[in-house]
Design a protein around this ligand. Structure first.
Ligand SMILES: Nc1ncnc2c1ncn2[C@@H]1O[C@H](COP(=O)(O)OP(=O)(O)OP(=O)(O)O)[C@@H](O)[C@H]1O
Length: 236
């Protein structure tokens, strides 16, 4: 299925704060149609990379293209889900309606279907901020998927959820990927990465250390730093 935002190319990205290069010459092409999981130690630069892709941060140097588009030109075709969901002080349904006003006007049924898809069908009128953490995250995902984005970015989106919510979100993300959305997710959870990833990008010290098919990464990581990470030997 063609995707208007691939291949995603990052050329020589550099992001500096004070004396420190947080992203230090990132060169990466993501062209695999499946799920790309970004892994790496704490502080490696994974979130910053995702934020650059989504246009929340501008690198000091380098270039990002998504298919024929720039980051700003692609923003309306992207959606991002964060570890802490950012929801409005409105009901669950109103949060979806605010994100997709056209849909709310023309086919409001779609909003109810979206709530039902994340098991929140009976919570439409509940204030979003009174939902549990896991329920809020499911609502944030439903909102992200409403626009059928070409690129879905998830930054540790299931880190604080119970196992059933994790599996529900994973299955929705997988289904979205199968429909042609390019999915890039950051995760420390090796079990999740094994379940979800077609491809792994391993980041260390603000650089891409390794990019491999998932099976190869887990069976025979190429770099000492990835080997140490997978063995739980990296000290922070
Ligand atoms: N605005 C900022 N100013 C200065 N340093 C920052 C800023 N944002 C992030 N950093 C630093 O950049 C480094 C990379 O941050 P980032 O959040 O991308 O790490 P990460 O790989 O996602 O880590 P984790 O797995 O712990 O979430 C960290 O050392 C962090 O402290």
């Amino acid at each position: 299925m063609p995707n208007s935002l691939t291949p995603i190319r990052m050329n020589d990205l550099r992001l500096v704060k004070g004396e420190r290069a947080l992203l230090d010459g990132v060169n990466l092409t993501i062209d695999h149609p499946g799920v790309t999981v970004i892994m790496g130690p704490n502080g490696a630069g994974k979130s910053l990379l995702l934020r650059c892709l989504h246009g929340l941060i501008s690198p000091d140097r380098g270039r990002i293209t998504l298919g024929p588009l720039t980051v700003s030109g692609s923003r309306s075709r992207q959606a991002m889900v964060f570890q802490q969901p950012v929801l409005l002080r409105r009901t669950a349904l109103q949060n979806l309606a605010f994100a997709a006003p056209e849909l709310a006007k023309k086919t409001p049924q779609r909003l109810f279907e979206a709530l039902a898809s994340v098991n929140l069908g009976d919570r439409a009128d509940q204030p979003a901020r009174m939902l549990s953490g896991g329920e809020q995250q499911r609502l944030a995902l439903a909102r992200a998927l409403l626009s059928k984005p070409d690129l879905l970015l998830l930054d540790e989106a299931t880190a604080s959820l119970d196992p059933a919510s994790v599996l529900l979100i994973e299955s929705l993300v997988k289904a979205q990927s199968a429909q042609g959305t390019k999915v890039i997710l950051v995760s420390h959870d090796q079990s999740q990465a094994r379940r979800m990833a077609d491809e792994i990008v391993f980041i260390s010290n603000g650089r891409v250390a390794e990019q491999s098919p998932a099976e190869q990464f887990f069976s025979a990581p190429q770099t000492p730093v990835a080997q140490a990470y997978l063995a739980g030997e990296i000290l922070f």
